[in-house]
Design a protein around this ligand. Sequence first.
Ligand code: NDP
Length: 240
Amino acid sequence: MSRVALVTGGSRGIGAEISKALQAAGYTVAANYAGNDEAAAKFTEETGIKTYKWSVADYDACAEGIAKVEAELGPIDVLVNNAGITRDAPFHKMTREQWQQVMDTNLSGVFNMTHPLWNGMRERKFGRIVNISSINGQKGQFGQANYSAAKAGDLGFTKALAQEGARAGITVNAICPGYIATEMVMAVPEKVRESIIGQIPVGRLGEPGEIARCVVFLASDDAGFITGSTITANGGQYFV
Ligand code: NDP
């Protein structure tokens, strides 16, 4: 029986590459998404990966969604907390809504998804949790007080939970991507993109597949001694 992996925000962007890479590595994959039905349907058609719609910001919806995935595919062995949003504004213009939406999705979303799965992983004595944080959670970013705080929070969560999961065979790790060539980054004007690339020592954007392959490694049996760690994948832009 193949292991089951659930990827939040798994039908678009980096998450879609993570879902596909896990599928290629032999996992049965479920991809969660929030609202883009069209992208989800296209993704399922192209890959055969089942998609499940709920918001990671809603605890009850997460518990129900996880129960549905487990009823259909079996107990979840690997959780990839990838769903994320930005609501950028300089702090003097940031609204409480912008703060709260980012906290609800990027930080509480990670709690909401991990908490309902935790006891099952403990009982089965195996689990892999991979949290997709960000370079901006490590270094901070102008206009992203909300996003930087949430993504830094994900790193604290990772380190605390790694300690709690260790004896139960559960590893908890994080990946901090730098600038990745997703639709969002490719949509910015070429001049802006060039200036972003100018800040990256390797001289290019990262590829979604480069993040996906880090996830596959952290999910594997080979990574069983790695927990509480952060893989920094940013082309040399920032060293921790
Ligand atoms: P995208 O915007 O391309 O995709 C985001 C995905 O998350 C979508 O599938 C979206 O669903 C889903 N999502 C958003 N909100 C929710 C929610 N409340 N509940 C469930 N799913 C939700 O993002 P990226 O691929 O660029 O980013 C993926 C992760 O990587 C994020 O956590 C991001 O912060 C992080 N990251 C990205 C970087 C980059 O350069 N792109 C750099 C560093 C970190 P739907 O399709 O329905 O909209």
